[in-house]
Ligand binder design. Structure first.
Ligand code: ADP
Ligand code: MG
Length: 737
């Protein structure tokens, strides 16, 4: 009998084991059993051949309609052409060889059904003619060699055949054979799930689940298997996260309770607007977190413009009042500069310690970036090390060894999705013995399930309401079939400029010099039909046209990631000061940039950006009391998927709805992000969008279990499964965060 960690070679022999190891990275019984079928076929159902993409390795169920052999002029050998069909479309199978030498010739004839496996290529006949999709030298296996009769025929037609993710040399049916050898020899030992959990949810046993997912007798059995296996994925992950939360909450940190009559009170008293209910609520949660002797671990999410920065600043002030320092880590230089400006601006005299006009309780704000001059940097480092600077704003440069804090009490990370966990750690390590409190801010609204898994070690606060009096943002698509709209776009910018307002124009590319830049956009280089398109519009190409032709006389500044940081800052400063009418930029302005006087956002080649990214960009306008206008310029045709995406963005300003849409269009791995890619491997069946309820229950039950038995001493089988997960993810997120 074989356990999950049994090497496959003991059951399948060295040769097969080697093929599985090199072809699919499967080494143990557990690896093979977790290589779940991608889908299931029935002999009665043929694969939709229209859905095949060039270059993909596929396995299809189809019926032979034609077999034709012919010799090739002036060449040795013989060509066998087989056509298979799904009842609508055709797929060609080509075999080269000697006449009479093919198994295909013997086994395939019109009416034969079979599984065919190979790489999809497209044959384009010279001199035109319809391109033909084909598999060259496919592997195949007839599945319905003869016509059976009556009930038997029906059963035969309905048998569920698993289709595995396969590669060349390891066809789906070969994997199936291996699984069928392994399954009967499986010895799983006691079920890792608590008895009570199994009963409560009516789950099938684990062995039954493995059988059901690999060789279901009917669809209901498959569904039961999937439910059980999904639960295990969710539950084990949530156990790991619950353990981490428990461990984190046991760590020591310095409590920074609110101090009366300090900076925070002075700041609140001087605020030009009332805080929203949400800001007050979240503010209270954070204040509470900060006043206990364990580190806060909180994610603050809120749509663009929801007022997260004020919330974070108030938290920072509470820590400064408590004698500590707060660091704000920004993902780009532009953002760090801007945070620095807006924080010093908001604090006014409260940030001018030791200066004339500075308030009595005042502190200082230091800025640390990679590009600042040696003198400025030395002063900043000094202020940080001595504790003179209560608030320190910076980019990754903050993580360098030379940056020493006097007493780091709070780390605020802006726009989490651009920071790896390592960075969070590096900063955390600067807090000396105790751990700093950590607040992570994100403007990409995170659906609950993602929050519960990817960010499962954080408590989540959400600012769901925008501050009152915020002007609306209208969004329009400027499509290829309405050229007048584009002319009108430039006219609108001129009109706004004439009234003293400002505009952004965003392009997907810098131009002139190629290459990635910080915060490179999700570029959709091919349209959804796979057709190559022209290169995206570039900043440096558009600039002369704007200057000479489209927006003559307007003051246009250029901002992109390849500019020296000083230039970037200078351009931003001039734009913020109203010395520029137009900022022509790449997506460096995506996050956080805040110029209330900017009213128009024009996005060129808008279809090349992701939905969330468009939403972020749009959030750069309508930030003051002036209404915002966002124009999505595209040459995507009506009815295309790109157009549907743009229409969706135009139709709602609900960031949560849009992030859901974005998520639906990406694969789970992308959602989890490169830094957390390791996590994706353990989520085989679980889909973050569809399994919300299951994930929620798993989280609840896992928390209860871990609170009662943190080390899982009472559930050794579960502890073993958890160890396996942690092992698999050793290089990933869980151990580092
Ligand atoms: P976020 O970082 O969430 O995108 P910000 O914190 O930058 O949003 O806030 C956006 C703008 O709204 C800023 O100009 C800020 O001063 C302003 N603001 C924040 N809170 C309020 C409020 N309660 N009432 C009015 N304006 C606010
Ligand atoms: Mg912000």
């Amino acid at each position: 009998m074989a356990k999950l960690d049994e090497p496959l070679r003991n059951l399948l022999g060295a040769r097969t084991a080697k093929v599985l190891a090199t072809g699919l990275d499967l080494h143990t019984v557990g690896d093979l059993l977790h290589h779940y079928p991608r889908r299931y076929a029935q002999r009665g159902d043929l694969t939709d051949l229209d859905g095949l993409h060039e270059g993909e390795y596929v396995t299809v169920m189809a019926e032979v309609t034609k077999v034709q052999g012919r010799t090739i002029p002036r060449a040795p050998g013989y060509l066998l052409e087989v056509t298979v069909s799904d009842g609508h479309g055709d797929l060609g199978l080509t075999f080269f060889g000697r006449k009479g030498s093919y198994r295909a010739e013997r086994e395939l004839s019109p009416g034969t059904r079979g599984l065919f496996s190979g790489k999809v290529t497209v044959y384009r006949p010279r001199g035109g003619g319809r391109p033909r999709r084909q598999l060259t030298h496919p592997e195949f296996r007839p599945v319905a060699p003869s016509a059976a009769a009556g009930e038997m025929a029906r059963e035969f037609a309905e048998e569920i055949i698993p289709i595995y993710p396969a590669t060349k040399g390891l066809e789906s049916w070969k994997i199936e054979e291996c699984v069928q050898i392994v399954l009967p020899q499986l010895d799983l030992g006691p079920d890792p799930m608590p008895e009570l959990t199994l009963k409560r949810h009516g789950f099938v046993g684990l062995a039954e689940a493995y059988r059901g997912i690999h060789k279901p007798r009917d669809w209901a059995e498959l569904e039961r298997a999937r439910r059980r296996l999904k639960w295990d994925e969710a539950f084990v992950l949530q156990i790991a996260l619950a353990q981490r939360r428990l461990a984190a909450s046991a760590l020591p940190a310095k409590a920074r309770p609110r101090v009366e009559g300090g900076l925070l009170d002075a700041f609140d008293a001087a605020l030009p607007f009332p805080l929203t209910e949400g800001q007050l609520e979240v503010g209270a949660e954070i204040a509470e977190d900060l006043s206990v002797e364990h580190p806060m671990h909180r994610l603050l999410q809120g749509d663009v413009g929801a007022g997260k920065t004020v919330v974070a600043l108030r938290a920072m002030l509470q820590v400064v009042d408590g004698g500590g320092q707060a660091a704000l880590l920004a993902p780009t230089e532009v953002l760090a500069q801007q945070h620095y400006r807006s924080i010093t601006g908001m604090l006014g005299p409260l940030a001018q310690a030791g200066q004339i006009g500075g308030a009595e309780t005042a502190t200082r704000v230091a800025l640390i970036t990679g590009s600042q001059g040696a003198k400025a940097r030395r002063q900043a480092l000094l202020d940080v090390a001595s504790g003179t600077a209560g608030i320190v704003v910076g980019t990754h440069a903050l993580l360098e060894d030379q940056v020493q804090f006097a007493d780091l009490g709070l780390v605020v990370v802006d726009e989490q999705h651009r920071f790896g966990v390592e960075q969070r750690d590096a900063l955390r390590a600067k807090a000396g013995d105790g751990r700093p409190h950590v607040l992570v801010m994100t403007a990409t609204p995170i659906p609950r399930t993602v929050a519960m898994t990817v960010f499962g070690d954080l408590e989540v606060s959400t600012l769901s309401q925008l501050p009152a009096g915020r002007a609306e943002i209208r969004t329009h698509v400027v499509p290829p079939e309405r050229p007048k709209f584009l002319a009108r776009t430039w006219e609108r910018i001129r009109e706004e400029a004439a009234q003293g307002r400002q505009a952004y124009i965003v392009c997907p590319r810098i131009g002139a010099q190629e290459g990635e830049e910080e915060g490179a956009p999700v570029l959709l280089g091919e349209d959804e039909d796979g057709a190559r398109r022209r290169a995206p519009i570039a900043v440096l190409d558009l600039l002369p046209r704007l200057e000479e032709e489209l927006l003559p006389g307007l003051r246009i500044g250029v901002l992109h990631g390849k500019l020296p940081p000083d230039d970037k800052d200078a351009v931003m400063r001039r734009f913020a000061a109203g010395e520029l009418d137009v900022l022509l930029a790449t997506t460096v302005i995506e996050v956080g940039v805040d110029v209330p006087n900017a009213t128009v956002m024009v996005i060129m080649d808008a279809d090349r950006f992701g939905v969330s990214q468009l939403h972020q960009l749009r959030g750069r306008v309508g930030r003051g009391t002036l209404p915002g206008l966002c124009l999505l310029v595209t040459d995507a045709e009506p009815g295309s998927r790109a157009r549907e995406r743009l229409d969706a963005v135009a139709s709602t300003t609900d960031g949560f709805a849009l992030s859901r849409l974005d998520l639906e269009q990406r694969r789970e791995g992308d959602v989890l992000g490169a830094a957390q890619a390791g996590r994706a491997s353990s989520l085989r069946l679980l889909t973050l969008l569809k399994d919300e309820e299951l994930i929620r229950r798993a989280r609840e039950e896992a928390t209860v279990l871990v609170d009662a038995d943190p080390e899982l001493e009472g559930s050794p089988a579960l502890a073993a499964e958890l160890a396996a997960l942690l092992d698999e993810e050793r290089a990933g997120f869980l151990e580092k965060a």
